[in-house]
Each structure stands twice: as structure tokens, then as C-alpha cells.
Design a protein around this ligand. Structure first.
Ligand SMILES: C[S@@+](CC[C@H](N)C(=O)[O-])C[C@H]1O[C@@H](n2cnc3c(N)ncnc32)[C@H](O)[C@@H]1O
Length: 217
């Protein structure tokens, strides 16, 4: 149990949140997150950097026959999101407290994901920090490996420099993904691109947004 972002209310991840100690050891190789669910054969989607879990909470209820995993490395956000998911009893969602880049690159099995969602990822604006961005040539190759043929990598950001970074990666890896228009999820509110917490915060500040879908070839 913890309190953290919840302003004094007790938080409990229950069976909805897991961390590295719940996974088989790294040396065991791939780990299939679909086995976390009662019906592992169902469509599977992954969200990287779920923050407070707003996208998962909004969209997973509309897609009860899809299993979702959110990966969040900040403990407070992970606990907040897992607690929200538990309170809503969203049986088709789990949260993992870990580094998504590592999990995507080393653990997730080939062709297991229908969609990977990456919304308002940290921009790490200083050049010397660019290597901390989730999107790298190595993660693009990993996304191609874990997304099934015809599946999607969905990207939204408010940050102009991160957007150019995404465009450069999409161009460099045009042999792996086709670039398409971003279609808003059903859960997005009126006038929203995707409707996450950060989008709502940045919208109040009047910032414009960029979005694309990369379809796995
Ligand atoms: C700017 S916030 C956006 C949160 C949410 N997607 C939204 O739009 O409201 C980025 C989130 O990604 C998480 N994050 C960044 N890099 C990560 C990584 N490698 N693995 C897991 N989470 C990561 C951060 O802790 C943070 O919660």
C-alpha cells in the first residue's frame, strides 16, 4: 500500500500491478505478457509510459476483448495507474513497473502486439540526453520485431524537436513501417487527439500536437 499522488487515499495495486520481481529472471529470455490474462489468445496492446493510466482506463473499458499492458518506470505513477485500474476492476489491463525500452528490446515475444502506444513520451530536450528517449534506432527495430504484420506503432507528442526525431526515425526505417494518418481512439474526447493527462494539461497551455501511425510492413 502507498499514498503518493493520491493525496492521502490509500493505493493498492492488487493483482493489477507487477514489477520486475514478478517476472522470470532476465537470463530466462523472452517473457510473454499475454500469459498474465485469463484469455491470453486475445488481441494484445502495449502502452509505454502510461503516467496516471488515463488512456488505459478510458480505452480498455471500450475494448473489453483486448488485453492491455501499460509499462511505467516512475513508481508513483505506476502505483497510481494500477490502483485506478484495480478500482475499476479492468480485468483486461495490467501495469508493469519497469523500463519499457528494456522490456520491449529483450523480453516481449516476436509478433505479439497488435498496437504499441507511445503518447507524450519524455522529450529529453538536451542533445546529450537524446539517448534517453524511448525512440531509438534499436527500439524501432524492436518495435518491428514485437508488432505483428499490419499492426501499429502510434505516436503523439507536443514537442517539436521530438516530433522531428520521430519523423527522422520513420524515414530511416521506411523499410520496416509505412507512415499513415493517426486515427483518434474511440475514447478521445471532443477535439482531443488521444485524451491523456498530458494532452489535457498541454491543451490548456495552448500547445499544438503532432501525431502519426507507423504500420508494420
Ligand atoms: C510525459 S509523461 C506522459 C504520460 C502519459 N502518456 C500521458 O500522456 O499523460 C511520460 C511518462 O513516461 C514514463 N517513461 C518515460 N520513459 C519510460 C521508460 N523507458 N519506461 C517506462 N516509462 C517511461 C515517465 O515516467 C512518464 O510517466
Amino acid at each position: 500500500m502507498s499514498f503518493g499522488l493520491s493525496r492521502g487515499r490509500e493505493q493498492d495495486s492488487g493483482d493489477f500491478g507487477l514489477d520486475r520481481s514478478d517476472l522470470p529472471p532476465f537470463e530466462a529470455g523472452r517473457w510473454d505478457p499475454r500469459t498474465l490474462f485469463r484469455m491470453p489468445e486475445r488481441r494484445f496492446e502495449l502502452e509505454i509510459g502510461s503516467g496516471k493510466g488515463t488512456f488505459l482506463v478510458q480505452q480498455a473499458g471500450l475494448q473489453p476483448e483486448t488485453n492491455f499492458l501499460g509499462i511505467e518506470w516512475a513508481g508513483e505513477f505506476f502505483r497510481y495507474a494500477a490502483d485506478r485500474i484495480r478500482r475499476r476492476d479492468l480485468r483486461n489491463v495490467r501495469m508493469l513497473h519497469d523500463d519499457a525500452s528494456e522490456i520491449v528490446t529483450h523480453r516481449i515475444p516476436d509478433a505479439s502486439c497488435a498496437v504499441v502506444h507511445l503518447y507524450f513520451s519524455d522529450p529529453w530536450p538536451k542533445t546529450r540526453h537524446h539517448k534517453r528517449r524511448v525512440m531509438q534506432d534499436s527500439t524501432m527495430r524492436a518495435f518491428h520485431r514485437i508488432i505483428r504484420e499490419g499492426g501499429e506503432l502510434r505516436l503523439v507528442t507536443d514537442h517539436d524537436d521530438l516530433w522531428s526525431w520521430y519523423e527522422d526515425h520513420a524515414r530511416r526505417h521506411a523499410d520496416l513501417f509505412d507512415r499513415e494518418e493517426f486515427e483518434r481512439p474511440e475514447s478521445a474526447g471532443e477535439g482531443e487527439v488521444v485524451g491523456t493527462n498530458f494532452e489535457r494539461k498541454f491543451r490548456r497551455e495552448g500547445r499544438p500536437f503532432h501525431a502519426m501511425t507507423l504500420r508494420r510492413r
